[in-house]
Every structure is written in structure tokens, then in C-alpha cells.
Design a binder for this molecule. Structure first.
Ligand SMILES: *Cc1c(COP(=O)(O)O)cnc(C)c1O
Length: 473
């Protein structure tokens, strides 16, 4: 199988090279802005050392996120022209519904303005105060909505996920023992559902295996607990199952996605990731009664059940993007580019989370800024330094993102203190990846001179988006 050869080649075990060349050519370009170091130093200071507060015009290569930053295809743009902007019953909604049913296999589809809209509706409908929601590591907005609804998130991911050096091929797996212990402890009636993400963003884009998913399903069946999937990067997860898990090499990406989703009862989706659009999401479930409930709430928060906060043209672009996303050549090039960057950094001895994830490369800030204690936000400082060095924008995934404990208000000290270099889909070239790697190297070489930060403004919710910092001297 070519994908196995590719995999071996990226693992450095094979002499001849098999390239993952982009399965598209460029038709429109957007010029990049180049700034001077002095300009960047002013810009990052003005932004309170938070890369979320930088102006896009001051950024050279933008690796802040892969969310909504994809380049759409000519087919998607053509689809935008075919938007049916009827308030109700848009033809584009039917296309979206068909794509979700066909690719992910869920029966009832509700469009939402983006992924968090779906999370909101699902959490408000299923979670009661005092409930527990186990998951394979938290995601910021997912946990936020679970807690807002009165639930407590419980991390049941395997320990390897918290160890940036562990090369476990499926660091997104659920620790079955942790999950069953929780069920024993609180009782299945206190667990409205298990929240599964594929791939796991906060662990570094790490996949969950099909085998593990089946085990989770078997355990949940025993207690009658449903499973809801965060399908945001499920296609990337399917690629890892195909290339890493025994027995799946011959299956298509589409077959793997369908099989995986068949072990779950529904999903929240941010179309801004896998589905190659700039805005959009959906909530899909198999249970008709649940669908009726979430659509009732959806009318108030998102929009009528056939548009859910999206224009007809957005739904059309997403329907087309869903189908493009499951092509093997697409996903191989997508993950291949991420691995290319990761392998460069790894060869140069820069500490990163291993294995390289599906949507980004994660720098291990604790291992780079060893002299900066976690209270002084080493990952936040590293992201700011990388921007000042080169204009490359990244983001913190560490103590700032983890936020405070919802009950006690105390700081959480996550084991992972990372800087995420997230690669937008179909946007940058291999030469851009070289420049990024060189920029990281320059900052790495100067690491001993780096200083930490002090938080001077802390928003109440999801603080990483808008917090401000000052440099400690
Ligand atoms: C982005 C993301 C979400 C939220 O989706 P939005 O479209 O940004 O609201 C949920 N889960 C994961 C894993 C994500 O990466």
C-alpha cells in the first residue's frame, strides 16, 4: 500500500522518497505582509503578548488556527453562487443533509453557525446540574458548554496523552479503566453521555483507534450510556486509523469515517476544520426525539432547522467540502504537510509533541523554556517570541488555555504546556513550512535569554482569547 510506504518514509525507515504533493494547483493568490522586527515588537506589546490580539495585517505566516482558514476549491466557490437563500427549505440544506448522512451516517442533521453552536444545543438538552461528562481530554468550548449546563467534565484519556514524549500511535484513546471507575463511582444515571473527540486537539491532534472506540461502545452499551462525537477532525483521525491500525489499510477514508461514527449516537461538527469552509457547523443525531428537542432550542439560538445560522451558500460550500475532505489524496497531503514540518523540527532537535499530530505541530514549551515556571506562562511567552522573531503567528495551549477550575476558581496546572503551530488546509506551501521551521530554530537558539509573563487582564470565560500580559524582566 502506498500509504504504508509513505508512513515508513516519514518515520525515516526507508531510503526512497514518496512525496505527498498537493493534489491541486493554485488559481488565486493573496499577497503576504512583511514587517520589520521593530514593527513586530511594537505589535506584540500592543497586543498584550497575546497572539489572538494581533492584527492579521501584521502577521506573515498565520498558524494561529486551522479553523475557518482553509482555502476553498473552485467547486466550492461555484457552489457559493448556487446559494438558495430561501428562509425555509433551502435546497442547499438538502445537499448538506445528504452529505452528512452519506459521509458520517447520522440520520437527523441540524445546521449551526459553527461547532460551538452545536455543543451549546447538545449540552443544554442532555446535561442536568450535577451530571458528569467523561471525555478523551477536554476541548475549550466543549467543556465550557458542559460546565455552563451544570455538568462536570472528567478526563478519561490514557496517561500517554499527557506525556509529550510518548510515541503511542493512538494517544487519543480512552482509558477504559478510568471510564468504568467513573461509572462505578457516580452511577450511570449521572452520566448523560460520553464525549469522544477524534482527533484530540488538546493532546496535539492525536487520534483514537477504532479498536478503542469499539471498547468504549461495548462498555457504554452495558450501562445504556450514549456516545456523542466531536467530529471536527474525524477525517484526519480516519487517516491515522488507515495508516497505523492493523486491518484498516485497505479500507477507504470514507469507509473508516462511517464505521467509526456508527459506534456513536451523534456528533457535533465544526465545518471550519475538516470540511474546508470558512464558517459553518452542524449537530447530527440518530434519535428523532433528541433531534426535535435540539431543533426547538436551535430556533432560538441558531435559526430555523433548515439554515441554523448559515446562508444557503455556506451550506452548499460545506456540503461540497465534506465530500472533498474524504479523498485519500487530499487527506494524505494535508497530514503529510504537517508531518513534513514536524519532522524538520524533530531532526533539528527541537522538543515537540510526538507523534506529530494531524492538524499541527506542538512545541513543548516546558522543555524549551525550562527556566520559566508555569505561573509565568512559558508557552504564551514562546508564542509571543516566535511572532516577534519572524511574524509567524501561533497560539498557546497550556495554563492560559486550561483556565481556572469552575468550582474553586484555582488555576489548573496542565501537564502539557504547548505552543501550537496549526496548519491551515491548502493554504501554505512547503517553502513556507521551511521558513516556519527556521524561525522556530532561531527562537530556540536564543531560549536562555527568554523571560516569562505576568497576566494583567483576565477575562472570565475562555480567557486565552482575550487575556493580556506584560513581560517580566
Ligand atoms: C474548533 C473546535 C470546536 C468548536 O468549533 P467552532 O466552529 O470553533 O465553534 C470544537 N471542538 C474541537 C475539537 C475544535 O477544534
Amino acid at each position: 500500500m502506498p500509504q504504508n510506504e509513505f508512513h515508513q518514509q516519514t518515520m525515516g525507515q526507508q531510503a526512497h522518497r514518496l512525496s505527498w504533493a498537493e493534489p491541486y494547483k493554485i488559481k488565486v493568490v493573496e499577497l503576504l505582509s512583511l514587517t520589520t522586527r521593530a514593527e513586530r515588537q511594537r505589535a506584540i506589546k500592543k497586543a498584550g503578548h497575546n497572539t489572538f490580539l494581533l492584527e492579521s495585517a501584521d502577521v506573515y505566516i498565520d498558524l494561529l488556527t486551522d479553523s475557518g482558514t482553509s482555502a476553498m476549491s473552485d467547486r466550492q466557490w461555484a457552489g457559493m453562487m448556487r446559494g438558495d437563500e430561501a428562509y425555509a427549505g433551502s435546497r442547499n440544506f438538502r445537499h448538506l443533509e445528504k452529505a452528512v448522512r452519506g459521509v458520517y451516517g447520522y440520520q437527523h442533521v441540524l445546521p449551526t453557525h459553527q461547532g460551538r453552536g452545536a455543543e451549546h444545543l447538545l449540552s443544554q438538552t442532555l446535561i442536568k446540574p450535577g451530571d458528569y461528562i467523561p471525555g478523551n481530554m477536554y476541548f475549550t468550548t466543549t467543556r465550557f458548554h458542559q460546565e455552563r449546563a451544570g455538568g462536570t467534565f472528567v478526563d478519561v484519556i490514557i496517561d500517554e496523552a499527557h506525556d509529550p514524549k510518548s510515541e503511542h500511535p493512538f494517544k487519543g484513546n480512552v482509558d477504559i479503566k478510568k471510564l468504568s471507575n467513573l461509572i462505578q463511582k457516580v452511577g450511570s444515571e449521572k452520566i448523560p453521555y460520553v464525549s469522544i473527540a477524534g482527533t484530540v486537539n488538546m493532546a496535539g491532534g492525536q487520534p483514537i483507534s477504532m479498536g478503542n472506540m469499539k471498547e468504549v461502545r461495548a462498555l457504554c452499551n452495558k450501562y445504556g450510556i450514549p456516545i456523542y462525537l466531536d467530529a471536527t477532525r474525524m477525517v484526519e483521525n480516519a487517516y491515522f486509523i488507515k495508516t497505523r491500525e492493523e486491518g484498516y489499510a485497505k479500507l477507504s477514508i470514507a469507509e473508516i469515517v462511517r464505521a467509526f461514527c456508527s459506534h456513536t449516537d451523534g456528533a457535533c461538527m465544526s465545518g471550519k476544520k475538516d470540511s474546508l469552509v470558512n464558517i459553518g457547523g452542524w449537530l447530527a443525531v440518530n434519535c428523532k426525539e433528541l433531534y426535535d428537542e435540539v431543533s426547538n432550542l436551535g430556533v432560538a439560538y441558531e435559526g430555523l432547522h433548515t439554515y441554523g445560522g448559515l446562508a444557503g451558500r455556506d451550506m452548499e460550500a460545506m456540503a461540497i467540502g465534506i465530500r472533498e475532505s474524504i479523498h485519500y489524496k487530499h487527506i494524505r497531503a494535508r497530514v503529510g504537510q504537517v508531518e513534513y514540518l514536524g519532522n524538520l523540527l524533530r531532526e533539528w532537535g527541537i522538543p515537540i509533541v510526538l507523534p506529530v499530530g494531524g492538524h499541527g505541530v506542538f512545541l513543548d514549551a516546558k522543555a524549551i523554556y525550562t527556566h520559566i515556571p508555569q505561573e509565568q506562562f512559558p508557552a504564551q511567552a514562546l508564542a509571543a517570541d516566535l511572532y516577534a522573531e519572524s511574524g509567524v503567528r501561533t497560539m498557546e495551549r497550556g495554563i492560559v488555555s486550561a483556565g481556572r477550575d469552575a468550582q474553586t476558581g484555582n488555576e489548573k496546572y496542565p501537564e502539557l504546556e504547548l505552543v501550537r503551530l496549526t496548519i491551515p488546509r491548502r493554504v501554505y506551501t512547503q517553502a513556507h513550512m521551511d521558513v516556519v521551521a527556521e524561525s522556530v530554530m532561531s527562537v530556540y537558539e536564543k531560549r536562555e535569554n527568554a523571560t516569562g509573563l505576568r497576566m494583567v487582564y483576565e477575562p472570565k470565560f475562555l480567557r486565552f482569547f482575550r487575556a493580556r500580559f506584560e513581560r517580566l524582566m
